[in-house]
Design a protein around this ligand. Structure first.
Ligand code: TMP
Length: 210
């Protein structure tokens, strides 16, 4: 039995994962657990600085290779400086995105070779795999309609077709990695989704809840 878990939330833009990550954090804190809620790209200062470069709308020239490596660099610092030390102290870690986002965005949508992504992921994450991943699924069109286009970041400005490939990429990972993936119907209400997420968390037998 583990004392804490590493939980990730994934999905396309506007799917509502950040709200759900926050609600799960509150649920766990009410059970008396220590929780680190964090995000990718981001977390510690170095990773947040890399986030700014990645999402800057002026950086049109960024090559897919550069983009993928920057996400990985940000992740490496985040995993080594924050996530692993927190888990070692028995803190639950919830991350709004992790390496599955690279498989979906840079792999499925930008067409970077999956073997290259997998090799660099293992190196950048020190081999840390999430215990549980919630994929909040919905059509790209619906997700995109929920975000403001005026202050959309570099990735959010990509085409509908790009975001459809991202969604498909996530669903393919969920199909293969059934033991850690929970696909959540993103069309339900915020409360219904939270209830479903908590229900699945309770069913997950690998952690001490008392
Ligand atoms: P956010 O909007 O969920 O904070 O994520 C920032 C953007 O970065 C979002 O458009 C998804 C994208 N992204 C990737 O393309 N690859 C990655 O590995 C990660 C973590 C995010």
């Amino acid at each position: 039995m583990k004392k804490s878990l590493f939980i990730t939330f994934e999905g396309i833009e506007g799917c509502g994962k950040s709200t759900q990550a926050e609600m799960l954090k509150e649920y766990l804190e009410n059970l008396g657990k220590k929780v680190l809620l964090t995000r990718e790209p981001g977390g510690p200062k170095i990773s947040e600085d890399i986030r700014d470069i990645l999402l800057d709308t002026n950086n049109h020239e960024m090559l897919p290779e550069t983009e993928m490596l920057l996400y990985m660099a940000s992740r490496s610092q985040h995993t080594g400086e924050w996530i692993i030390p927190a888990l070692e102290k028995g803190t639950f870690v919830i991350s709004d995105r992790y390496y599955d986002s690279t498989i979906a965005y840079q792999g499925a949508a930008r067409k970077i070779d999956r073997n290259i992504i997998d090799t660099i992921t293992k190196y950048a994450t020190f081999g840390l795999v999430p215990d549980l991943t919630y994929l909040i699924d919905m059509q790209a069109e619906i997700g995109l309609s929920r975000i403001s286009q005026t202050d959309a970041d570099r990735l959010e400005r990509e085409s509908l077709e790009f975001h459809e490939k991202v969604r498909k990429g996530f669903l393919e990972i969920a199909e293969i990695e059934k033991e850690r993936y929970i696909v959540v119907d993103g069309y339900k209400s915020i409360e219904e989704i939270h209830k479903f997420i908590v229900g699945k968390f309770i069913d997950f037998q690998h952690v001490e809840l008392s």
